[in-house]
Design a protein around this ligand. Structure first.
Ligand code: 5AD
Ligand code: SF4
Length: 464
């Protein structure tokens, strides 16, 4: 037997893509490849791409450009491009970068190893399905093989695609219509994860609240699913992302409240605080409705952390409308927010509103002002927790200092605390007294170890 081939996966974009990369890594390992050492060029380099904003596109082509000479000198190495850009650009990728060997779409993950083999003898391969293959969808093997960054925390996809028509968003055209996985399949996957020592799961979907609508033909099943997941022995923390505010209903709030494992954390994407902009974005709710739902969730669930997404500079956004967003953000007291500068994506409705595009400098200035308000709100939220002793699931040594451990509270907040004499391994559940607040994290000291990790040996792997 010769030395096994090495592989590396570079992931752009959202959690859905990160999870796809974990599954892809699992498929490659199952196929006999081994992860490449950090900083070396692998025999097989896979780009799992994103297309939600324009710079993700640019980054892919520049990364491919960097590999061009190497590939010329080492024709035996292989390059594959998967994910949303592959789905969108299809054969354009090979036209723009003819040194690529394989292009596979968002529904073709499981074909990647076979396509790579075929490309060795038959030349470049492209495989792009427009919808999930129902048979492949049932196949949980890729999810169970997944090579995860944290062996005790896992993503579980419950739904692919999106049936909404948000004017700025390219997701529906690259990920297709909403398709829910069957409850039994999701439960089986989560139960097997728990059996392998996973204690935290994050449920993934573009619009989790409408989960199941395509199965029942009518009512969504999301709250039932949350309750079911909550019965699995060993799953101590359940998170989900993202619910759409228009579909976020009381039954979900009740299921969150009544399911002990569901964390007191909610990501509710606002996008804008102006009703005119929300309507132009086709979001399907008003700021008043959004606040009602946010307040209902806060009133029902004790100590709930709420995070959001906001887009700055949507076509036609006036200064006064932007100020409405600032006011909404101040009123909502978000714990954290992901902020995005509007990026025109070809084929979306918003991309056609060219005459209303906002000048870059104005958008940049608004973006900075928004960040300032959000950072203030995040810091206040964190300061209010100083003095608390909270449960933290330890993720391991902090990125910057191996004498410091990092982990997350049930609210999803990042906490750093110094290593003590007591050995604490990644995956342990501990309590930490919070001593100091910053906008993006808290610092504290270890109080006690509640339990050791439940997972077995960790396979070291770089999936960057
Ligand atoms: N421009 C800027 N931000 C976008 N998002 C989605 N599409 C765009 C776009 N074209 C943001 C939204 C969404 C998050 C995942 O990405 O805020 O909630
Ligand atoms: Fe895009 Fe809107 Fe669907 Fe989210 S809900 S993926 S923003 S179309």
């Amino acid at each position: 037997m010769g030395t096994p081939k090495t592989f590396a996966i570079r992931t752009f974009g959202c959690q859905m893509n990160e999870h796809d990369s974990e599954r892809l890594a699992g498929l490659m390992v199952a196929d006999g490849l081994v992860p490449a050492e950090k900083d070396s060029i692998a025999d097989v380099v896979i780009f799992n791409t994103c297309t939600i904003r324009e710079n993700a596109d640019l980054r892919l082509y520049s990364a491919l450009g960097e590999l061009k000479d190497y590939k010329k000198a080492h024709p035996e190495m292989q390059i594959a491009v998967g994910g949303c850009m592959a789905q969108k650009d299809r054969d354009d990728i090979l036209r723009r970068a003819n040194w690529v060997d394989v292009v596979f779409g968002t529904h073709n993950l499981t074909s990647a190893p076979g396509l790579l083999k075929k490309a060795l003898t038959d030349g470049p391969q492209i495989e792009i399905l427009d919808a999930p293959d129902p048979e492949a969808h049932k196949d949980m093997a890729p999810a169970l093989y997944a090579v995860r960054e944290l062996p005790f925390a896992a993503w579980v996809t419950i739904q692919t695609g999106c049936d909404n028509t948000c004017a700025y968003c390219i997701v529906p055209s690259v990920r297709g219509v909403e398709v829910s996985r069957l409850v039994e399949d999701i439960m089986q996957e989560a139960t097997m994860l728990a059996a392998s020592g996973v204690t935290e799961i994050t449920v993934l979907g573009q619009n989790v609240n409408s989960y199941g609508r395509d199965i029942t033909g009518r009512s969504p099943l999301f709250s039932d699913l949350l309750r079911e997941l909550g019965t699995i022995d060993g799953i101590e923390r359940i998170r989900f992302t993202s619910p759409h505010p228009k579909d976020f209903r009381d039954d979900t709030i009740r299921a969150m409240l009544e399911t002990k494992a569901v964390c007191n954390q909610l990501h509710l994407p606002l996008q804008s605080g102006s009703n005119r902009v929300l309507s132009s974005m086709r979001r399907g709710y008003t700021i008043e409705r959004y606040m009602e739902k946010l307040n209902a969730a806060r009133a029902a669930i004790d100590d709930l952390a709420i995070t959001t997404d906001i887009i700055v500079g949507f076509p036609g956004e006036t200064e006064a409308e932007f100020e409405e967003t600032l006011a909404a953000v101040a009123e909502a007291h978000f714990d954290a927010a992901y902020t995005f500068i509007f990026s025109a994506r070809e084929g979306t409705r918003a991309a056609e509103m060219q005459s209303e595009f906002i000048e870059d400098e104005i958008v940049a200035e608004r973006f900075d002002r928004l960040k300032e308000v959000l950072n203030r709100s995040a810091l206040e939220k964190h300061q209010a927790r100083v003095g608390n002793t909270e449960e933290v699931l330890v993720e391991g040594p902090s990125r910057r200092n191996d004498q410091v451990l990092s982990g997350r509270t049930r609210q999803g907040k990042l906490v750093h605390f110094p290593v003590t004499n007591e050995p604490v391994r990644a995956g342990s559940l501990v309590t930490v007294k919070l001593l100091k607040a910053a906008p993006y994290h808290l610092k504290g000291e270890l109080v006690s170890v509640l339990r050791a990790p439940k997972h077995k040996v960790r396979i070291p792997l770089h999936v960057s």
